[in-house]
Design a protein around this ligand. Sequence first.
Ligand code: DCP
Length: 231
Amino acid sequence: LTKVITANQMALFSSQPKHPFTVFVEGNIGSGKTTFLKHFEKFNDICLLTEPVERWRNLNGVNLFDLMYKNPERFAMPFQNYVTLTMLKLHIQETSKPIKLMERSMFSARYCFVEKMLSNGTLHEGMYHVLQEWYNFIHDHHHVQCDLIVYLRTSPEVAYERIKKRARDEESCVPFEYIKDLHELHENWLIHGQFFRPAQKLMIVLDANLDLENINSEYRRSELSVLKPIM
Ligand code: DCP
């Protein structure tokens, strides 16, 4: 009898919406992900999760983010390791809201940044494989929800100009080549299907080259898809 009740309860439980409609906002550094998220602040039904840059900046007083750029051979590995942990926490964070809007995901860490760090030699092959084992383990043991990707597509030139203009201390040494390669990696992942893309059928590509005055129409264009569960 106990078994029957449990099975029934399970069936009831799984018929209820367990996971919020989850959107990843992806795009190169400087593509405007933060501004995009701000646009959705006015909607009460959305749980907005910004990237945990402040936690990377202050891990018990250590600025791992800065160390990653200043001494990549030594710190790219612990940095990406920590990014993985902080992103996983956001992926599994529960919310009572029907929509979860996340800045980036573990996937862009894996398929863009970590790939770049392997190819430019800042990650030793051994370190790379340790990270891959973590990603595979997480993939096998956790449900990472993704229902839609919003790709803020920029040219590397525009992204680079914005990075220079906002002048984050840690990013002062980032060369144009790095942004160009990251652009190619985003394209390979999201457009050319080189790596696994969650939410296979659902992606919106926005023209994120537009300046602040004109980008609102692009943002509005995505509202229907992002707000789908409450429309
Ligand atoms: N970063 C990294 N590895 C990751 C994720 C991010 O090295 N897995 C770095 C790149 C940037 C900083 O962290 O220096 C923040 O990058 P994002 O592109 O995620 O965020 P931005 O704030 O630059 O986004 P936007 O300008 O689009 O708002």
